[in-house]
Design a protein around this ligand. Structure first.
Ligand code: SF4
Length: 332
């Protein structure tokens, strides 16, 4: 039996995510995620458009959970995130959904935005493993997570697939109502990397273990996206993969925001990719043409390798605390 870190009373005083609402989810009270105690699933299907090492030939077995504790104003899945629709399922039924996706040829089980349901999802994973689930489990996340909650996923999740949305707290406040997003996501990522370490692929190029961080470029915000890349690469180097996405679509964005009501331009995306190249990112996926591993050229390897290794040998959590002074203050 693997140790659990989540308070067993989470249903009556929910503090599963950084919102720490403290609501009684058994008693009709709703926190920021707008979800009760029962798992609610919006969709379960084979998805062919994830990163190639997740999609493979069979497709990724995505399970979309209803609700979201972050709630970005430009959410690309806004109907699901708002808590609309979906079906309530028991842990046993959820285990059955996982097994059904495996039966249909899924390369993995891809848990999309499950932060507000981690304890029942863990139960369902244990049930499905004991009933024959063999494929890897991917945890697809907004990045706004608590390390203690993530610890319950240790040895249960094989690949973490978090977003890293902002470095600027003002932007995080304006678009997600979460000025603490940068440091919170940094600590969450540190925990994910601690659990999975460097990426491991099988002979078919499918990721069996590791972390891929997604960066969705927002229109008009190339500078902040460059800062995200700087942080990710200086902290984790080649230990993680970065998926640099240009697919932003203005659905549900507030009409009064002129930036969010357009798509990302080619020039903006090119600037971000040029920045990735200039800082030496090699392990990346881009969304134009083929995946980008071959086209990313190392620029610092020879002279910087020793320094970089020393840097990487320190824990991701220590580096997150260095980067975000507010975390240092909390520690003291
Ligand atoms: S999971 Fe939902 S209810 Fe619980 S703390 Fe987070 S937002 Fe609040």
């Amino acid at each position: 039996m693997i140790e659990r870190h989540i308070d067993e009373n989470w249903r009556i005083r929910c503090r599963l995510c950084p919102r720490k609402c403290g609501v009684n989810r058994m008693n009709g009270e709703y926190g920021r995620c707008r979800m009760g105690e029962k798992v609610r699933v919006s969709r379960a299907s084979l998805h062919m458009w994830e990163e190639p090492c997740i999609t493979g030939e069979g497709g990724s077995g995505t399970v979309f959970f209803t609700g979201c504790s972050l709630g970005c104003v430009y959410c690309q899945n806004h109907e699901i995130a708002k808590g609309e629709g979906g079906l309530e399922v028991s842990e046993e039924e959820l285990a059955g959904i996982f097994l059904d996706l495996q039966e249909r040829g899924a390369e993995n089980i891809n848990l999309v935005t499950a932060a507000h349901f981690v304890p029942p999802v863990v139960d369902a994973l244990e049930r499905s493993r004991s009933r024959g689930l063999r494929i890897p489990v991917v945890y697809n996340s907004s990045g706004y997570e608590l390390p203690d909650t993530l610890r319950d996923l240790e040895q249960r999740v094989d690949v973490f697939l978090p977003d890293f949305k902002y470095m600027d707290p003002d932007l995080a406040q304006r678009y997600s109502g979460a000025p603490d997003y940068p440091q919170t996501a940094a600590l969450a990522l540190a925990e994910m990397v601690r659990q999975r370490g460097r990426c491991v692929f099988d002979e078919r190029g499918m990721m069996r273990s590791g972390v891929i961080v997604r960066l969705l470029l927002l229109p008009g915000h190339v500078r902040d996206a460059c800062r995200v890349l700087d942080y990710l690469h200086s902290t984790y180097g080649d230990d993680i993969y970065i998926s640099i996405m240009n697919q932003y679509t203005p659905v549900g964005a507030p009409k009064e925001d002129p930036l969010l009501n357009r798509r990302v331009t080619e020039r903006e995306y090119d600037r971000l990719i040029s920045h990735a190249l200039s800082i030496g990112i090699e392990n990346a996926f881009i969304q134009e043409g083929e995946t980008a591993e071959e086209s990313f050229i190392p620029s610092f390897r020879d002279e910087g390798e020793t320094q970089l290794r020393e840097f990487l040998n320190r824990s991701g959590e220590a580096r997150a605390r260095e980067q975000f002074p507010v975390l240092k203050e909390e520690e003291e």
